[in-house]
Every structure is written in structure tokens, then in C-alpha cells.
Design a protein around this ligand. Structure first.
Ligand SMILES: Cc1cc2nc3c(=O)[nH]c(=O)nc-3n(C[C@H](O)[C@H](O)[C@H](O)COP(=O)(O)OP(=O)(O)OC[C@H]3O[C@@H](n4cnc5c(N)ncnc54)[C@H](O)[C@@H]3O)c2cc1C
Length: 369
């Protein structure tokens, strides 16, 4: 989120400093999966429309980034295959197929949620997994998180108005004096500050007060794995019961993810990941003997109201939140970052009202006695 915000601020000509305690991509964004999954096409809402527009616009934004840097972000609209194990799921999917025909449209493009009897490509998902058929959606896409981070970091290096300070964490924000305090004891003044510190953003924002009844957000651990497999990188993402299988470029397939609200070790992997890998091998014959080349764990920022958290602090307008992307950050970060920079530049943010920091603060009990 912070890299996109720095990119937008840099493009706007703002004098910008990107601060990261560990370096670009050190947090959840440095992972392996990168599935860009649309919301279901039924019960359409402003939030779903916002995510749809973001998923559609990301394609051009990635092309822009790749043109600037010459680097690949590993983006492809590969679509998605969802096995339907039971007949009633096919009935629901057929209703969604009709919903998608009206919801998944722009003035120039249409995306589809097609119910099919068998996967169009043999040897990817096991045919028996879809006893009642499959959904093939043409809107879903994937990006390689580390490719995206590298491309964004390279693009930022081209901005003369942008500096990068790494190796020092922000320990506190003094909103009254507009100063950041670092763990090293150093401090720095700012004109406006976008707080895009992933799971740590919640505490930095809470510390600004007033006291809240509940935390602004929580970390949700996820584990994922990368396998080496000689498969077509254009194959669709497979999704079944929380299991994602994502074919990336360069002979890699990512598998994810666990979703853990409580955990002892935030950044280590365990038997839960073994279970996911086993399930993926069972579902996708091409992965049966594929070696695991990396196991990875990270913390997703889940805001109190589950939606992303963006926008000015009602008491300290120079502080702008940008976090809470939870499980869908990669598809939204570019538009949320633009909204955060709009807020700094005094423009109205074009985001659903429930996404604003003000809304999340209210849910956390800001106005309670
Ligand atoms: C296993 C797993 C799989 C996932 N799969 C997907 C997926 O398929 N699709 C999807 O869209 N999303 C996915 N996500 C979620 C996604 O990765 C996160 O929502 C997203 O990366 C969060 O981005 P962020 O910029 O808010 O936080 P981060 O990427 O965590 O970045 C925060 C940065 O702030 C820095 N920082 C923290 N505290 C401080 C401080 N005090 N001072 C200075 N710097 C600080 C950190 O070093 C870090 O670099 C997945 C997450 C996990 C864990």
C-alpha cells in the first residue's frame, strides 16, 4: 500500500519520503500468492463495484509501471476455475452467471462467470473435483507479489522528489507537532503523513487517541508455499474451499493460504501448510511431485470493520490511514493509494463510506463515553 502511495505522491510532484523499518516488501506484500479475486457477482453493491473497477483498472496501471521500469510484475488476467462438488452449488453458480452478465461490465468490456461441465484445459484441476461442473470466471487475475514490489520500488527510484529511509521504525506520531519519532531516538517533521504500516498501522493510529473501546484492527496470519512445476503460466487460478492454486511465470505455482486469528509464531510455517500442499497435490495432478521451493508466512491487516481503512483522521487531518486490505490488498492498493494522496491534496476521496478511517473509528467505539 505504502509503495503505491509513494508512487502516487511522486507522480503528483509531492516531496515524499517513504519510510520502512525493514525495506520494501518486508511485510505481507512480500509473499507468494497474488490472487486477484473478484467479489461474487450477486447482491451487487457500491463496495463490489469499487473492487470491480479497481480490478479492471489495475491492468493499465501495471502496464504503466512495467513501461517505466522494464520489469515484470507477473500480472496476468488468467481467470479462475472453481470446482462445483455438489448439484446445489451448480444452481447457485448458474444464478451468479446471470448476475455477472449485468454486474461485470464496463462500457467497453464484459467479464463472465461461466458454468461449464469440464475444465477447458486438461491436466490442471482434477475433473472429478467438479462432480456438478465448474465455474470459469474471466475477471480474476494474478500478480506476483515480489515482482510488483520490485517494479514499484524501481519506479520510485525514478522520482527526483522521492527519498527512501529504511532501517528505522516509526515508534510514535506526534500529530500536534507534526513530527515522527523513530525507534533510534531520531525524529522528523512532516506536512502530511500516510500511515501504511500494514498490521502496525492500527497501533500507530490508535495511539493518536481518543481511547477506543476496541482495537482498530488485528493481524490474521497466513501461510503459503511456492512449488516448482513445469506448467503453462496462463492457466487459471483454482479456488476450492479456501485453497488457492496460482500458476505464476517461470515454472512456479503458489499455494495458499491459511487464515489464522490466533497464532504463537507469526512468521513460521507448520503442519497447516503441509495440509494445504497435500490438498493442492490432490486437486491438481500436475503438482503431485512438484518440489516445494519456499514456505512463507505473513500477517494480513484486518481492520475492525473488515473493509480497507483509508483516509484522514477526523481529529488530525494531516494523518491519513492506508491499511486494512486484509485478503484483497493487491487488487485495491493502487486506487486506495490514489484516494489517500487525494486526501492529502485536499480532494474528496472516491471510496465507499465504510472504508474511511472515520467510519472504522466509529465502529471501534470512538464516540463512546
Ligand atoms: C499468506 C498470505 C497470502 C495472501 N494472499 C493474498 C492474495 O492472494 N491476494 C491479495 O490481494 N492479498 C493477499 N494477502 C494479503 C496481502 O498480502 C496484504 O493485505 C497486503 O500485503 C498488506 O499490504 P500493506 O502494505 O498494508 O502491509 P505490508 O505489506 O505488511 O507493509 C507494511 C510495511 O510497513 C513497514 N512497517 C511496519 N511498521 C512500521 C513502522 N513502525 N515504521 C516503519 N515501517 C513500518 C513494514 O516493514 C512493511 O514493509 C495475503 C496475505 C498472506 C499473509
Amino acid at each position: 500500500m505504502g509503495l503505491w502511495a509513494a508512487f502516487e505522491a511522486g507522480k503528483s510532484g509531492l516531496k515524499t519520503m517513504l519510510i520502512d523499518v525493514k525495506g520494501a516488501g518486508a511485510g505481507a506484500s512480500g509473499g507468494l500468492l497474488g490472487a486477484l479475486m473478484p467479489h461474487m457477482p450477486d447482491r451487487w453493491s457500491a463496495k463490489k463495484q469499487f473492487q470491480f473497477d479497481a480490478l479492471v483498472s489495475l491492468e493499465a496501471r501495471i502496464a504503466e509501471l512495467e513501461a517505466i521500469t522494464g520489469l515484470s510484475a507477473g500480472y496476468r488476467r488468467s481467470g479462475r476455475l472453481i470446482p462445483l462438488p455438489k448439484p446445489h452449488l451448480r444452481d447457485i453458480a448458474l444464478r451468479h452467471q446471470a448476475d455477472a452478465e449485468t454486474a461485470w461490465k464496463t462500457p467497453t468490456r464484459a467479464f463472465h462467470w461461466n458454468v461449464i461441465d469440464a475444465p477447458q484445459v486438461a491436466g490442471w484441476v482434477r475433473v472429478e473435483a467438479g462432480a456438478a461442473g465448474f465455474v470459469h470466471d474471466t475477471l480474476a487475475a494474478r500478480i506476483f507479489p515480489r515482482g510488483l514490489v520490485a517494479a514499484l520500488a524501481a519506479a520510485l527510484a525514478t522520482f527526483p522528489n522521492l527519498a527512501f529511509r529504511k532501517g528505522e521504525g516509526v515508534s510514535a506520531i506526534d500529530a500536534a507537532r507534526k513530527r515522527l519519532h523513530f525507534t533510534s531516538g531520531d525524529s522528523l517533521s512532516y506536512g502530511a503523513c500516510i500511515v501504511a504500516a500494514g498490521v502496525s498501522a492500527f497501533q500507530l493510529l490508535e495511539a493518536l487517541g481518543p481511547a477506543l473501546q476496541k482495537p482498530l484492527g488485528q493481524p490474521v496470519k497466513g501461510q503459503a508455499a511456492l512449488l516448482a512445476a513445469d506448467v503453462d503460466p496462463g492457466l487459471p487460478v483454482i479456488f476450492l474451499d479456501g485453497l488457492y492454486v496460482v500458476a505464476h511465470e517461470g515454472g512456479h505455482v503458489a499455494i495458499g493460504s491459511t487464515s489464522e486469528n490466533s497464532f504463537a509464531e507469526p512468521f513460521s510455517t507448520d503442519a497447516q501448510l503441509d495440509g494445504l500442499v497435500a490438498a493442492a497435490r490432490d486437486l491438481v495432478p500436475a503438482l503431485a511431485d512438484a518440489p516445494v521451493v519456499e514456505r512463507w508466512a505473513g500477517l494480513r491487516p484486518k481492520a475492525i470493520d473488515r473493509d480497507p481503512m483509508v483516509g484522514p483522521h477526523p481529529d488530525h487531518p494531516g494523518i491519513v490511514a492506508l491499511t486494512g486490505g486484509f485478503k484483497i490488498s493487491f487488487g485495491l492498493a493502487h486506487v486506495l493509494a490514489r484516494a489517500a494522496v487525494d486526501a492529502i491534496e485536499g480532494r474528496a476521496m472516491d471510496v465507499p463510506p465504510g472504508f474511511t478511517l472515520e467510519s472504522h473509528l466509529a465502529v471501534a467505539g470512538r464516540n463512546a463515553p
